[in-house]
Design a protein around this ligand. Structure first.
Ligand SMILES: [Mg+2]
Length: 207
């Protein structure tokens, strides 16, 4: 494992509070009922274009982003580092891994969070605002000259696992994020860990 591609939301940080808030700003604008954290986790999926097509069929995604992105940027709801994430990132530094972020969240949100939480320095490059990771990951491997055999993608959603599978890299699922364990299991990740702390522990033993 020489290269690690991290999903951001639910894998490195818990950004559900502002994401749920911004989603509710969209839903209420169109007269739909607001969601609490649990219901959002049950209903949300990636790519988010499909999620909104289900809720608001026929509405252009660009129109929804004009509501979502400012609401996300204006939110003061807390974003926190997921326990164990920093220790894992440090392990990767020690092991000489190259690290990247691949996220569907708005780039301005991911970059601001990475700076504010002191995480920006760990990553060679942050690829954010990616609508469909399945269509993007192979291009990143090429652009960064990453050998798929030596690369893993770590994420908290089926979509992350599907992106890894489509690019021919191994997938590691964490259970700290948006999707419930039985949901992410449907995608059949190569490895599932409770959190990055457990993954750091496993890597230590394998070595
Ligand atoms: Mg995620």
């Amino acid at each position: 494992m020489q290269n690690v591609i991290f999903d951001w939301s639910g894998t490195v940080v818990d950004d559900l509070p502002p994401v749920v808030e911004a989603t509710n700003a969209v839903l209420t604008r169109y007269g739909l009922e607001m969601m609490d954290r649990e219901r959002f986790r049950r209903e949300f999926s990636l790519p988010f274009t499909a999620f909104y097509e289900r809720l608001l069929p026929g509405v252009e995604i660009e129109e929804l982003e004009l509501i979502f992105r400012p609401a996300m940027a204006a939110s003061v709801a807390p974003v926190t580092v997921i326990p164990g994430a920093v220790a894992f990132l440090e392990k990767c530094v020690e092991a000489g891994c190259r690290m990247f972020v691949l996220s569907s969240a708005p780039p301005e949100a991911v970059e601001a969070q990475a700076e504010a939480l002191g995480l920006a320095g760990y990553f060679e490059k942050i690829y954010a605002g990616v609508r469909d990771k399945r269509l993007r990951l192979s291009g990143i491997l090429e652009e960064q000259r990453l050998d798929p055999e030596q690369t893993v993608m770590i994420g908290d959603m089926r979509h992350d696992v599907h992106a890894a599978q489509s690019a021919g890299v191994r997938s590691i699922a964490v259970l700290t994020g948006y999707e419930f364990p039985e949901v992410i299991a449907e995608a059949r990740p190569d490895i599932t860990v409770t959190d990055l702390e457990q993954l750091a522990w496993l890597l230590e033993r394998w070595r």
